[in-house]
Design a protein around this ligand. Structure first.
Ligand code: AMP
Length: 250
C-alpha cells in the first residue's frame, strides 16, 4: 500500500501473504492509510502481485536489542558510534545523516523508499532520488508468528511497526553488499529508530528524532556500486519469510 497527498508521501506498507489472508490485509491497509498521523491522503494505491511458492526464501530475523538514549541528540551520537564500529567512516555517516535529517528528497521532503549511500565515497546511489529504493515482498512466516509475538510481548514491544521494521531490516541486511541500515520514522509521534547490520543485529535506539518532526527515512550503507542493479532488484522483488531470531543473544 502507498498513500500520498498531492504527490507527497504519507504512508506505505508491504506484506507477503497467502491468498486466504488478502481480504483482511487489504482492509487493514486501507484503514491504516486513512488514519495516519502524517495526514489525510488524496491518493491510495493497493497493489497485489502473485509470487510463486518456489521463489520463496525463508530466513531468520536479526537478533534484537534495545539501547536507551535520553534524547534524540544522544540517540544520533549512539547511531554514529554504532555505524563507525561497523567500519564506516564517521564523516560519511554524519554527512548521510544530515542529508536524511534535511529531508532526503530533492524538495527536502521524505522519500517513499530508502537512500543508498556508497560506504567508500558517501555518494548517493539510488536511481530515483524523489522515490528512493522501496523494499518489498517480506513478512513473518505464519508458523513462527505466535512465538515471535510472545518474544516481542516479553520485551514490551509487541507492536505492528516494530515487527514490520524488524522484518524489513532483516531482509535488507541479508545482502552482503549492505553494511548497515539506519532508520528513523517519518511519523511525527514516533521517536525510536534503529541501526541494523548482519554483524550486530537489529539495534533499536529509543530516541532518534525530535518529537513532532515528520522528516524520517532510511539509509542503506552499501559496499560499492558494483552489483547495485541486482541489489536493488533483490530488495524490491525477492520474496522472503522470516522465522524467530537465532537463540543466544538478546
Ligand atoms: P516508517 O518507518 O514507516 O515511518 O518509514 C520511515 C521512512 O522509511 C519512510 O519515509 C521511507 O522513506 C522509508 N521507508 C519506509 N518503508 C520503506 C520500505 N519498505 N523500503 C524502503 N524504505 C522505506
Amino acid at each position: 500500500m502507498r498513500s500520498s497527498c498531492e504527490g507527497a508521501h504519507i504512508s506505505g506498507a508491504e506484506r507477503l501473504l497467502d491468498f486466504s489472508q488478502l481480504e483482511d490485509a487489504a482492509s487493514s491497509m486501507l484503514k491504516r492509510a486513512l488514519n495516519h498521523s502524517r495526514g489525510v491522503p488524496s491518493h491510495i494505491t493497493l497493489t497485489l502481485e502473485q509470487v510463486g511458492q518456489e521463489q520463496l526464501r525463508k530466513e531468520r530475523l536479526l537478533p534484537l536489542s534495545t539501547f536507551v538514549a535520553d534524547n534524540w541528540r544522544h540517540g544520533r551520537l549512539l547511531a554514529v558510534d554504532m555505524l563507525e564500529g561497523l567500519g564506516l567512516e564517521r564523516r560519511i555517516v554524519k554527512n548521510a545523516i544530515s542529508r536524511l535529517a534535511a529531508g532526503p528528497a530533492p524538495n527536502h521532503e521524505v522519500m517513499r523508499g530508502a537512500m543508498l549511500v556508497d560506504a567508500m565515497s558517501g555518494e548517493r546511489l539510488e536511481p530515483d532520488r524523489m522515490r528512493g529504493v522501496r523494499v518489498s515482498r517480506m513478512d513473518i512466516d505464519p508458523a513462527a508468528l505466535p512465538s515471535i509475538c510472545l518474544l516481542l510481548d516479553s520485551l514490551n514491544l509487541n507492536r505492528q511497526r516494530v515487527l514490520e521494521a524488524w522484518v524489513l531490516a532483516s531482509k535488507v541486511t541479508l545482502y552482503p553488499q549492505v553494511i548497515a541500515e539506519l532508520c528513523w520514522s517519518d511519523d511525527p509521534d514516533y521517536q525510536p529508530g534503529y541501526v541494523a547490520s548482519a554483524q550486530n543485529g537489529y539495534q533499536r535506539i529509543t530516541h532518534l528524532k525530535e518529537l513532532g518532526s515528520s522528516i524520517g527515512g532510511r539509509i542503506f550503507f552499501v559496499r560499492q556500486a558494483a552489483g547495485l542493479t541486482s541489489l536493488i532488484d533483490s530488495l524490491q522483488y525477492e520474496p522472503l519469510l522470516f522465522r524467530e531470531p537465532p537463540l543466544g543473544r538478546d
